[in-house]
Ligand binder design. Structure first.
Ligand code: MN
Length: 406
């Protein structure tokens, strides 16, 4: 017997845009509707693949609905599945915990929202499946929910649904139902359908422990293809758990190396292929790109001046109306034409400085560096100041850079 189910999480339906309206040229409409269109595509995929079941492991909503439209949209999409006879099991996560969502709408028959007071088990005998899970009652669940989950049902394929930060504890974020991998393994289920971590992660394959990632990236820190995990189970064993992309708008980071560019036009030309590659990867979706420039360049100062983002946005717009520049990051280093090649007094000075660095340090510096160092506390053994040649080379580079910048 073969069954297939789709595992999604972190839909964050109608997630608000933070400050995007104020950004020059931002495709606000494309981004605003993206979470809804991604959910629509998830349902399209479930129908096209004729899956037996859809699981959504928490954070369907980003928070309390602005109005009933959010809930209406979700219920209507779920009805497309239930009308086709496909059951749906959902959990509440930290964003849509029981006490955070004040408005309610009846969900279609066939959509099962798991209990927030205790772990609930749903058996689907026709599919030879048992699904165990518990919703978040409130936003911050500090207890280890898994500790209360029941033993597996013998003879069935057991799935655990859980919204959890897993072992990502510490840092600024609260412990959202934190647990260890060992807690999950101890329950001896066949598949763990997790949610909360927005980057897809197959934590383990024996048994399968999977974060499918969120359905739709919402900002530059959620780049790349987003979607759900399609799982195939044959004779009670997982034979595949594949990512399927359903996102509608894409976020990407690209890097362009501007080493050797001596005009702004040349630097902008270096950005173009990186933008084209990102557009290709987005396969016709709207795309927001963060561009990082790196390399050493004589344009170091020029690139840092105002207007660079707008100039790159202009290049982007000419490539495709679907492309937007979310931001530009400069990781360039300064580089100046060698002063030593000049015929004037500055060139002569630069050549003297250059030559000094190759001279024996004692000839050049005499006793004073060792006298100076003698007055300092002892340096660690590998400290660069212990080597006069290194000190000289550093001094040379610094002097030449200062001279070149005028
Ligand atoms: Mn969450």
């Amino acid at each position: 017997m073969t069954i297939r189910f789709l595992h999604a999480a972190d839909i964050h339906l109608d997630s608000p845009l933070r400050g995007l309206e104020a950004e020059l040229g931002a495709p606000v409409e494309l981004i605003r509707g993206a979470t809804r269109r991604a959910l629509g595509r998830l349902v399209d995929l479930a129908l096209a693949e004729d899956v037996d079941l859809l699981l959504i492991a928490g954070d369907i909503y980003d928070g309390d609905w602005q109005d009933f439209g959010t809930g209406l949209f979700f219920a209507a999409q779920m009805a497309r599945l239930t009308r086709a006879g496909k059951p749906v099991l959902v959990l509440r996560g930290n964003h849509d915990a029981q006490n955070r969502i004040t408005r309610t709408l009846r969900l279609p028959e066939g959509v099962r929202l798991l209990d927030h007071r205790r772990p609930e088990t749903v058996e689907l005998p026709a599919l030879r499946l048992a699904v165990h899970g518990q919703s978040f009652a409130e936003q911050e669940i500090t207890e280890n929910l898994v500790r209360g989950y029941p033993r597996p049902v013998a003879g069935l394929f057991n799935i655990g649904m859980l919204h959890t930060c897993l072992e990502q504890v510490g840092g600024p974020h609260p412990r959202y139902a934190a647990c260890n991998r060992a807690d999950l393994l101890a329950l001896d289920y066949d598949y763990w359908a997790l949610g909360h971590i927005h980057t897809r992660d197959v934590v383990c394959e024996a048994p399968w422990i999977v974060f499918p990632g969120n359905l739709q990236g919402r900002h530059i820190n959620e780049p790349g293809a987003k979607g759900a995990t399609l799982v195939t189970v044959r004779e009670g064993r997982v034979v595949s758990a594949e990512h399927r992309t359903v996102d509608d708008f894409r976020w990407a980071r690209v890097t362009a190396d501007v080493t050797g560019c001596d005009t702004e036009a040349a630097a902008l030309a270096q950005v173009q292929p990186a933008l084209e590659a990102a557009l290709d990867a987005a396969e016709g979706r709207g795309l927001a790109v963060r561009v990082t420039l790196e390399g050493s360049t004589i344009l170091y100062g020029a690139l840092a001046s105002a207007g660079l983002k707008e100039k790159i946005l202009n290049e982007a717009r000419q490539l495709s109306p679907l492309l937007w520049i979310e931001g530009v990051e400069l990781r360039t280093r300064p580089r100046h034409p060698p002063l030593q090649d000049r015929c004037d007094a500055l060139g002569a000075l630069a050549r003297r400085i250059e030559a000094c660095a190759d001279a024996p340090p004692d000839d050049l510096l005499g006793e004073w560096p060792s006298q100076l160092l003698g007055k300092l506390p002892p340096l660690p053994e590998n400290h660069p100041l212990n080597d006069p040649k290194t000190v000289l080379a550093r001094a040379r580079d610094l002097l030449l850079a200062r001279l070149a910048e005028g």
